[in-house]
Every structure is written in structure tokens, then in C-alpha cells.
Design a protein around this ligand. Structure first.
Ligand SMILES: NC(=O)c1ccc[n+]([C@@H]2O[C@H](COP(=O)([O-])OP(=O)(O)OC[C@H]3O[C@@H](n4cnc5c(N)ncnc54)[C@H](O)[C@@H]3O)[C@@H](O)[C@H]2O)c1
Length: 258
């Protein structure tokens, strides 16, 4: 097992969507590298499964699509750890096809509300605090689907999905805030993962036909692991990325290069 320096000693991080997948991997790596971490999710069972038996790792329920909950959780981080330096916005959901039956508008609204508005709300709650702290780093989970559309050969979509637009919006929040906050020493970046094995993609990986089609779309010939996405998230959150802001980092095994 790789060992890591304590790159994040004395740093305090909030990670949304930390109960599962990429957020969980990022939260655990931040902790391992010295950060104090407040893990947030709507899934109590996911949070309870985290190794919370240490004073620098706390968890609280939080729906990122609720503005007052985001503000309250940012205040919790300050109360519990005395400062805030890093925000990882990993909470996300998907709907790969809206269908044309009743309820398609609600599906659209829900995905946009969680992925796009939720990312903005947590940034909105955290930025004034980061400004008071004199700087910080925000990393937003976008997707390759913020850069390209679903490949038509995939048996995924009827052509109407809120997921790519939600992630395109996350990229624009990232660029806009990255540019506006650059002089205040607050860096805002996004990662654009290809398909990785998490709960979000479980149903795709469970279908042998879809799984093989997805594998073929990644020139590396495989899907990613959450830890491989977390590696890049941590780089962007770290001082090593001191000249990186407003950027969209693909972590996709070559998906968007092919
Ligand atoms: N897995 C992939 O292939 C992939 C690819 C590209 C981008 N992403 C993005 O990465 C992020 C993490 O996804 P993942 O693959 O780890 O999925 P996941 O389902 O394993 O984890 C997402 C977490 O977000 C939580 N969540 C959902 N709605 C929430 C809300 N309103 N408030 C707070 N938490 C909420 C869920 O409970 C879950 O624990 C998402 O934004 C996703 O869109 C994932």
C-alpha cells in the first residue's frame, strides 16, 4: 500500500457525497494525509460506515440542494475544527434517460437541483468563509459528460438526460468562480471522471453488454476506480496545484481523447 506525506496537515476539509464512491475515497485520503474532515451526505448508512473513530473525522447529514443546510454544515466545520480550507463537492445523482412519460420534468429538476444547484450552494456557503481564511481550494465533481454527450452507441439514453447539462453547468460554475476568486487566493477546479466503479454506475456494470461497450470507450480498456479519481482531486486541493484554477481535469482513461 502506498504511503503518503501529510500534505494536508492543519487543513480542514468538507467533502459532500462522502458516504460512497469518489467522495468517500477523497475523504479517506484527505484524512490519511493529515486533514481534518467533515464528511457530508444524505445517506446515513454510508456515513456510518466511514472510519469515524478518530477526532479529525466527523460526519453529518446534509442535503446539498438545501441552502440553509449547506450554511449550517460550513458552520459545523468551523465549530468542530476551527477553520476551513478545502471543499470537495462530490454529491451527485444521475438520470441517463428522462423517458417521455409523466414525471420527466421532475427527474430533470431533481438532477439539476442536486448536481448543479447543490454544487453552487455549497460554494456559496463556503466562499465567504474561505475569504475570511485568506484562501482555500474547491474541487467540484463534473464529468466527461460535462464535455461531451453520451455516445449514441450506448444503450443509455433516449436523447434527453439532465446529467450532461448538469455537469456542463458545474464546469461553468467552476470557471466563473475560479476567475472571480483568483485574486483572493481561492482556487476552484473541477475533475471530469470517465466511468468509474461506484454505486452511480453499478447498474451499467451489472449489464455485461453495457459494461463491455463502456470499457471499449476508454482507450485504457477499463473503467476507473474511485481512488484514481481521488488522487487527482487531492492534487487539485493541494498546494502543488497553486497555479491551477478554473480548470477541468479529465481523469478518464483517455475517454475524451479518442
Ligand atoms: N462514478 C462515475 O463513473 C462518475 C463519473 C463522472 C462523474 N461522477 C461524479 O462523481 C460524483 C460522485 O459520484 P460517485 O460515482 O461517487 O457516486 P455515488 O453514488 O457512489 O456517491 C454519490 C454520493 O452522493 C450522495 N448524494 C446524493 N444526493 C445528495 C444530496 N442531495 N446531498 C448530499 N449528498 C447526496 C449519495 O448519497 C452518495 O453517497 C458525482 O457528482 C458524480 O456525478 C461519477
Amino acid at each position: 500500500m502506498a504511503t503518503f506525506d501529510k500534505r494536508f496537515d492543519q487543513k480542514v476539509a468538507i467533502v459532500t457525497g462522502a458516504g460512497s464512491g469518489i467522495g468517500k475515497a477523497a475523504a479517506e485520503r484527505l484524512l490519511a494525509e493529515g486533514a481534518s474532515v467533515l464528511a457530508l451526505d444524505i445517506d446515513d448508512a454510508g456515513l456510518s460506515a466511514l472510519p469515524l473513530d478518530q477526532p479529525t473525522f466527523k460526519s453529518t447529514l446534509c442535503d446539498v440542494s438545501n441552502a440553509s443546510e449547506c450554511i449550517a454544515r460550513v458552520n459545523d466545520a468551523l465549530d468542530q475544527f476551527g477553520r476551513l480550507d478545502i471543499v470537495i463537492n462530490s454529491a451527485g445523482i444521475t438520470a441517463r434517460s428522462l423517458g417521455d412519460n409523466a414525471g420527466f420534468e421532475e427527474k430533470w429538476d431533481t438532477v439539476i437541483r442536486v448536481n448543479l444547484k447543490g454544487t453552487m450552494l455549497m460554494c456559496h456557503a463556503a466562499v465567504p468563509v474561505l475569504q475570511r481564511m485568506g484562501g482555500g481550494a474547491i474541487v467540484n465533481l463534473a464529468s466527461v459528460m460535462g464535455l461531451v454527450g453520451y455516445d449514441p452507441s450506448l444503450p443509455l439514453s433516449d436523447g434527453f438526460s439532465p446529467y450532461p447539462p448538469s455537469k456542463g453547468g458545474v464546469l461553468q460554475v467552476t470557471r466563473d468562480l475560479g476567475a472571480r476568486l483568483a485574486k483572493e487566493n481561492i482556487r476552484v477546479n473541477a475533475v471530469c471522471p470517465g466511468f468509474a466503479y461506484t454505486n452511480l454506475t453499478q447498474n451499467l456494470a451489472d449489464s455485461p453488454e453495457t459494461h463491455q461497450a463502456l470499457i471499449k470507450m476508454h482507450p485504457m480498456g477499463r473503467l476507473g476506480q474511485p481512488e484514481e479519481i481521488a488522487n487527482v482531486i487531492l492534487f487539485l486541493a493541494s498546494d502543488e496545484a497553486s497555479f491551477v484554477t478554473g480548470a477541468a481535469w479529465t481523469v478518464d482513461g483517455g475517454y475524451t481523447a479518442a
